[in-house]
Design a binder for this molecule. Structure first.
Ligand code: MEV
Length: 337
């Protein structure tokens, strides 16, 4: 039996513009997907979060992976992945089947299955990278059983393929931070560590209701906007991301706050925020803080103020669901074998 865990993430800045080849600064958080795995004849999955379990033949998984890849190619040609997304949502376990099929193929497992128990304290659909975290944790767990010598680089490549099935044309930033951990500068697949100033080691996140669009749907929504309008907003976010790197190096609190706010304004204009979040952002700004969504469409709002007590007082007054999280968590790890 192996036990593996992978972190979730927040986007400090750069979500959506990263899909167009610009950089993002992404940090792993201490909320994790946990997978216990052992060899078995078939594939068995118990999902503790949804309290569901299933069992299927490896052939079914391989067939689901093959079909998903075909639909991905079709979607890529049309720049529309809705057929792929409908297929993967056609039954509760379809996505898991495709995931397992693809991992078995990539790791060249020819004989044997796996029994998985999945648990997580990462909420789904709130911009905290739950899908990437799950893809990474499952890939690492199966690799630990069948190909233990495999590098994290290879794990990341497989997880990126899984993320493409999940989201169409993701940037690869989410899976990279879930594999390597810490805080990263992610630009066109290139990954560099970023060190955060002390004032950003902890961040307050507010969890607003789960969004009703997936990451893939959100990316598609932005892509469908008028090109000139979209490109302008994407460039604004990209500029703010480059400046953020410098502001972090200079440990300049005011610049960091200003850049968080600029990113949020542009995400709002791209239609990625919602009125509830806009209201919260306004209140945080009123006390001299900064706030932005992480990922978008609803879900997580990262809030920052150099005077944490004042921010906490405000969030209590607003009666929102908030918590403090540590940034720069460890990447995927095999906890015990
Ligand atoms: C989602 O967590 C971040 C996005 O930029 C998509 C991506 O990077 O693939 C919206």
């Amino acid at each position: 039996m192996v036990k593996v865990s992978a972190p979730g993430k927040i986007h400090l800045i750069g979500e959506h513009s990263v899909v167009y080849g610009f950089p993002a600064i992404i940090s792993a958080i201490e909320k994790r997907t946990r997978v216990k795995a052992e060899k078995s004849e078939k594939i068995k999955i118990k999902n503790e979060v949804y309290q569901k379990e299933t069992e299927f033949e490896i052939e079914e998984a391989v067939t689901a992976a093959k079909k998903s890849r075909e639909l991905w190619k079709k979607g890529d040609k049309k720049s529309d992945f809705s057929e792929l997304f409908s297929f993967l949502r056609s039954d509760f376990w379809k996505r898991n089947q495709a995931t397992l099929g693809l991992i078995f193929e990539r790791l060249k497992v020819v004989k044997g299955g796996v029994s998985l128990i999945i648990d997580s304290n990462l909420p789904t659909g709130v911009g905290l990278g739950s899908s990437a975290s799950l893809s990474v944790a499952i890939t690492r767990a199966i690799a630990a059983l069948y190909a233990p010598q495999i590098s994290n680089q290879k794990i990341n490549e497989i997880a990126f393929e899984l993320e493409k099935l999940n989201h169409g044309r993701p940037s690869g930033g989410d899976n990279s931070v879930c594999v390597f951990g810490g805080t990263i500068w992610f630009e066109k697949g290139k990954i560099e560590p970023v060190s955060l100033p002390d004032f950003l080691q902890n961040l307050i996140i507010v969890l607003t209701p789960r969004r009703n669009l997936s990451t893939g749907d959100l990316v598609q929504k932005v892509r469908n906007l008028d090109k000139n309008f979209r490109d302008q907003k994407i460039k604004n976010i990209a500029k703010a991301t480059y400046k953020m790197r410098r502001a972090l190096e200079e440990k300049d609190v005011n610049k960091v706050k200003n850049l968080i706010n600029i990113a949020q304004d542009n995400l709002t204009e791209l239609g990625i925020s919602n009125p509830e979040i806009d209201g919260l952002v306004k209140e945080v700004r009123k006390i001299g803080g900064a706030a932005k969504i992480s990922g978008g469409g609803g879900g997580t709002v990262i809030c920052f103020h150099q005077n944490k007590e004042e921010l906490i007082k405000l969030l209590k007054k607003l009666k929102v669901n908030f918590e403090q999280i540590k940034l720069g968590a460890e990447g995927v790890k095999v906890e015990k074998s």
